[in-house]
Design a binder for this molecule. Structure first.
Ligand SMILES: [Zn+2]
Length: 177
């Protein structure tokens, strides 16, 4: 079977990393929009809509009680092609890992022709960029801490499969070191 491919544009990829970073201690979550061609197993992510519990203000990030957008609201925007969420280092299960939990897989199975992006988040000591087509890795340095974000993607065609992640090289360079 042909290998599936997930293509990120620059803005949604940066948005995804910021989404995961802003909610470092809790799982971030949101919807992916763009185009898809299930026959050629290609998904093109053109925008994301975070539905996490933070509000971005000019002077910082604040936790809010209401979700920025519910999944139902997100459905109203056409061409939803998938969802994303993070596996933070503070979780009890699947911490830091780019993998699909049983629950993740079950949910994806029900969403025909959609993808799920998983962001594994952990503290890192050194920056290395692995040469793995199924992972896009980048880093954010803040106040002496270095955080590593591993991004992987999945789709369901008869069974759960990983997809190749393709990100504009300049984005990886920007977040790389
Ligand atoms: Zn998960």
């Amino acid at each position: 079977m042909k290998r599936a491919k997930i293509y990120f544009q620059t803005t949604p990829f940066e948005g995804l990393i910021k989404s995961a970073y802003e909610t470092l201690r809790v799982e971030c979550q949101g919807s992916l929009f763009g185009r898809r061609n299930p026959k050629t197993l290609e998904w093109f992510i053109e925008s994301i809509l975070p539905s996490q519990l933070v509000d971005r203000k000019p002077d910082g990030v604040y936790f809010i009680n209401k979700l920025a957008a519910t999944r139902e609201e997100a459905e109203l925007i056409k061409e939803k092609i998938g969802e994303y969420h993070s596996h933070t280092m503070f979780r009890k299960d699947h911490a830091k890992k780019v993998c699909m939990s049983k629950f993740d897989a079950e949910m994806l199975k029900q969403r025909k022709d959609e993808i799920e992006i998983i962001i594994g988040v952990k503290k890192a000591k050194i920056t290395t960029l692995p040469n793995n087509p199924f992972l896009a890795t980048c880093y954010i340095r803040n106040k002496g801490n270095l955080y590593r974000f591993d991004i992987g993607g999945y789709h369901y065609s008869g069974k759960l499969r990983r997809a190749e992640i393709i990100v504009p090289e300049k984005v990886i360079r920007e977040f790389g070191v």
